[in-house]
Design a protein around this ligand. Structure first.
Ligand code: MLT
Ligand code: MN
Ligand code: ZN
Length: 302
């Protein structure tokens, strides 16, 4: 299976358009020291030419232009076979509407996420005004086959596990499965990618499940719980926003450093996170623990 990190920043991207925090300043003034990043999304494929998206960001147009594809003979070619959603946040779903020219799209998500994009954000009905959307509802804990748009099996399966988190601000109800870890498995090799761009806490059960993955892509939003408060950006704590901080005894780095996964990568990194700066103490701590700070364009083959 091929996995490409299309975008590794949290909502707003890096630097964020309206932000002049210390890290955003470095990204503008000295991009060599803090590489700009687009908003959180991945692409994955069994054959390297037919791709599924893991979330669809507002930067989807530029992101999918980077993907390899088979030779195009007709006048139209849709390089995306399906979009797997791990939550209904705007940074993960607005890209669906931007693919409306595709005419035939496929969305794969839990019933909770589908309800939110159907009724609250209305991303689904808006897109359906332009395109036929096949909606595949995936119940928690069941591995289901990911099929291409022509109905044939891709050889990949997807399984969703609910994780701690905060439903989107615009969601009118809190339903189990509003935020999930997605486990993408290649049935030919048995290798798995765990895609978890938003996660509010790591319990022993989730950690044991993540440990089975060859490639782990995990929530790298905030370095500390009070990161936004310290910068006077917001009073909200990372945990109350559904993002477990990286640092500290209860942080994700201490827990994930124990896992045997071959590649462990942080993604969905907020623009305020000091590990974005090359050579920073925080970057060194992540790397010393055997983890990688994700960057747009990184590719993994598992
Ligand atoms: C999140 O990751 O918590 C959300 O994307 C926040 C937001 O965009 O409002
Ligand atoms: Mn987000
Ligand atoms: Zn910033």
């Amino acid at each position: 299976m091929h996995v490409t990190l299309l975008g590794t920043a949290a909502g707003g991207g890096f630097p964020q358009w309206n932000c002049w925090c210390p890290t955003c300043r470095v990204a503008r003034e000295d991009p060599e020291r803090a590489g700009p990043r687009s908003q959180s999304s991945i692409a994955f494929s069994a054959d390297g030419v037919r791709w599924f998206l893991g979330n669809a960001s507002p930067d989807v147009r530029e992101q999918i232009a980077q993907l390899p594809h088979a030779e195009v003979t007709g006048v139209r070619h849709v390089p995306v076979e399906g979009i797997v959603l791990t939550d209904a946040e705007l940074d993960h779903t607005l890209g669906v509407t931007l693919l409306r020219e595709g005419r035939r799209l496929q969305i794969v998500a839990t019933p909770a996420v589908i309800h939110t994009i159907a009724e609250d954000s209305r991303v689904l009905p808006v897109t359906e005004a332009f395109a036929t959307v096949k909606v595949v509802e995936v119940d928690l804990g069941n591995a289901v086959s990911l099929d291409y748009r022509d109905g044939s099996a891709s050889g990949l399966t997807i399984e969703m596990k609910a994780v701690r988190g905060d439903p989107p601000r615009f969601a009118r109800r809190e339903e189990v499965g509003h935020t999930v870890a997605a486990f993408i498995r290649d049935t030919r090799t048995g290798k798995e990618c765990a895609f978890v761009p938003g996660c509010g806490g790591l319990g022993p059960k989730l950690l044991a499940r993540l440990d089975q993955a060859e490639l782990l892509l995990f929530d790298g939003t905030f370095w500390t719980d009070d990161e936004l408060a310290r910068l006077d950006i917001s009073d909200r704590l990372a945990l109350s926003m559904g993002h477990v901080p990286i640092s500290g005894a209860e942080g994700s780095l201490a827990a994930l450093s124990q896992l045997k996964c071959r590649h462990k990568v942080y993604t969905h990194i907020n623009n305020t996170n000091p590990m974005l700066i090359e050579g920073s103490e925080e970057r060194a701590a992540v790397e010393a623990a055997g983890m990688i700070v994700g960057m747009d364009g990184m590719r993994f083959e598992i």
